[in-house]
Design a protein around this ligand. Sequence first.
Ligand SMILES: Cc1ncc(C[n+]2csc(CCOP(=O)(O)OP(=O)(O)O)c2C)c(N)n1
Ligand code: SF4
Ligand SMILES: [Mg+2]
Length: 318
Amino acid sequence: MSSLAIPFEPLPRTGNFPATPIPPIADADRKGLTKKETAADHPTWCPGCGDFSVLALYFKLIEKRKIHHEKITTVAGIGCSSRFPYFVQAHGAHFIHGRALPFASGVSLTRPDLHVFVFGGDGDAFSIGGNHFNHTARKNIKMTYCVMDNFVYGLTKKQTSPTSPLGFKSKTDIWGAVDQPINPMRQAISAGATFVARTTATNPNHVLQMMEAAMDHEGFSFIECLSECIEFYEGAFDAANPRKGGKFDLVPPDHDVTDEVAAYKLAGEPFPGKFGIFYKVNKPTKNVNEAGIVNSMQEKVRGLEPWQILQKTFDRMK
Ligand SMILES: Cc1ncc(C[n+]2csc(CCOP(=O)(O)OP(=O)(O)O)c2C)c(N)n1
Ligand code: SF4
Ligand SMILES: [Mg+2]
């Protein structure tokens, strides 16, 4: 148990919530969709971009976990990485820069039978979308948010991003970045995310493992996935790639994922750091809390006609 955890009283589940049992997302009786059945347009990313790998693993996840077209929901903001939903033949939205999470929250809260996947970049998540990131995490809204972190603004052709390291030369920092980069893992933990993991696009098995664990988590699951921008920050993640002379070190097996302080410590390790699940705790989701309120309100007016409900409201105003 984390030493920073604050005890709280979850809202009671009232009435007969959930009124209708929520069916499982996977349909075990149907065969898993192949990449051919879920791939849409050919991705327009630059050859060698790390984002290809993340997309390929999303297709693998869909097939392995038997998620069918009507249950696939892929949401993104704006950026190279945020083009993601275009390339998936299913429901989704390529939304406004930085606003993917509020959109996804609405979908998640109204459709408990789905699992919403959100993909995007470091600029989308931590610059323009920074506030949404913090609030979606603290509300613990059930979804998986995979940030394809390339330490740069790719789509707009090389500006400094919130994760660009000090000294990084870009069109907005021609003499080198002088601002301290944010640490996405620390930010996610401190904001209240209940699942925080880190992976890299150059290790496909690990990406898939993290996606599966994130999807299975009851709450807001965040994955920082290093994904190289071959065009504007080539070699950024060589230090995390054994094929380029770097090292890929897993989170030690004795790490307690419920220990918030231990998770901060892991997150503070110098690059390339560790990979795996840093933090995972169970807390009530906004989905459950809100459904409880809605259900108890519905109980109060069960069997009444709309005009009778209105009449009750007017009576209260007398
Ligand atoms: C409101 C608004 N501001 C700015 C932009 C311009 N813009 C588009 S994508 C982007 C940043 C993309 O960087 P990132 O989120 O890291 O994605 P990447 O392209 O690196 O995958 C910016 C500043 C925009 N489209 N909308
Ligand atoms: S500009 Fe960079 S992030 Fe964008 S598609 Fe090309 S390699 Fe990928
Ligand atoms: Mg980026």
